[in-house]
Ligand binder design. Structure first.
Ligand code: GLU
Length: 312
């Protein structure tokens, strides 16, 4: 039995679409091929973007496809104490500070251009010299004081990755004024307490990985996971799969009569497991999948894909 542990970490911001399914399916196949434990974690701390009922919908859809996990589902919002404890530790080291500046105030002070996601780089000039040693105000934003290091790691798919958070985002938010941890902190705390050794997810989170490594080093958390970032599925316009590309939800195709085998067959075609679109079982996908034959570039969802799924 392997001692490796991975997690599926959906954000219930909407229904599962073809792009999410591909990532989860590959994560599941890597785990089940090698005997890793799979944790299921609902990342529902993204306040306004969370949609009621979406978490159950995602779990039901995964279940229908046949993707399973081990042990109970962990829901982030159910217990905030571990994140508060991490904030206390960071405050004690004076690595975090409250910050009420608005986006426009930060923009006005930032000289660097915006990053690729429209992210403003928080300038060091705005970081207070005196930082509190106590985390005592949960109703305000808190930022992490990043140092100037370039973080280097070996990604299981992307290869050698180098990122400098100080240049990309500057001091990033780790606690939000909604009284909840921000994504970066929540992920790091949960990966550590769930013993996650292997993180497999979309490569839109490559920049985040460097921030997460900084946080886990600051908190001295173990284990340091091995990251595998997979290329995203995009629409014919080259942009990340989203509503503008029509209805790509799994439930939509299910309602049109598509079977799990047909959806998995498309994922297999997209992932280098088979040369053409043919229905495939989950176990065949698991046995046939390998990172070495996964196409390196973004995968484009085409009209032929859509038609084939609806041919059922
Ligand atoms: N909850 C995130 C998402 O659905 C994934 C975060 C992660 O895997 O670290 O995009």
């Amino acid at each position: 039995m392997s001692s490796r542990i991975t997690r599926l970490a959906p954000s219930p911001t909407g229904a599962l679409h073809l792009g999410n399914l591909r990532t989860f399916l590959i994560n599941w196949a890597l785990a089940r091929c090698d005997g890793w434990r799979i944790e299921m974690r609902i990342e529902d701390l993204d306040g306004p973007r969370i949609r009621p009922g979406a978490a159950q919908g995602v779990l039901d859809t995964l279940h229908w496809v046949g993707i399973d996990w081990d042990g109970p589902v962990r829901i982030q919002s159910a217990d905030l104490d571990p994140y508060v404890a991490a904030m206390r530790d960071l405050a004690q080291m004076q690595l975090v500070y409250p910050c009420e500046l608005s986006r426009s105030e930060i923009e006005a002070a930032a000289s660097a251009p915006h990053g690729s996601e429209g992210e403003v780089c928080f300038p060091p000039s705005l970081r207070p010299k005196d930082r509190p040693e106590r985390f005592d105000d949960v109703q305000t934003n808190w930022r992490f004081a990043v140092d100037g290091r370039t973080i280097v790691f070996d990604d299981g798919f992307a290869g050698r990755v180098e990122r400098c958070p100080a240049e990309q985002c500057g001091d990033f938010v780790v606690w939000t004024r909604r009284g909840q941890p921000a994504y970066q902190l929540a992920v790091v705390v949960d990966d550590a307490r769930q013993g996650v050794t292997d993180v497999v997810r979309g490569d839109d989170l490559l920049d985040s990985a460097a921030r997460q490594i900084m946080l886990l080093e600051a908190l001295n958390l173990r284990p340091r996971p091995r990251y595998t970032h997979l290329p995203l599925v995009v629409g014919p316009d080259g942009r990340r799969l989203a509503k503008r590309h029509g209805d790509t939800r799994i439930e939509y195709y299910r309602s049109r009569g598509a079977t799990p085998e047909r959806l998995i067959g498309l994922m297999a075609f997209w992932s280098g497991v088979q040369p053409r679109r043919e229905p495939m079982s989950l176990n065949e996908f698991r046995d046939g999948f390998g990172l070495s034959t996964l196409p390196r570039g973004k995968m484009t969802f085409t009209q032929e894909d859509d038609q084939w799924l609806c041919e059922a």
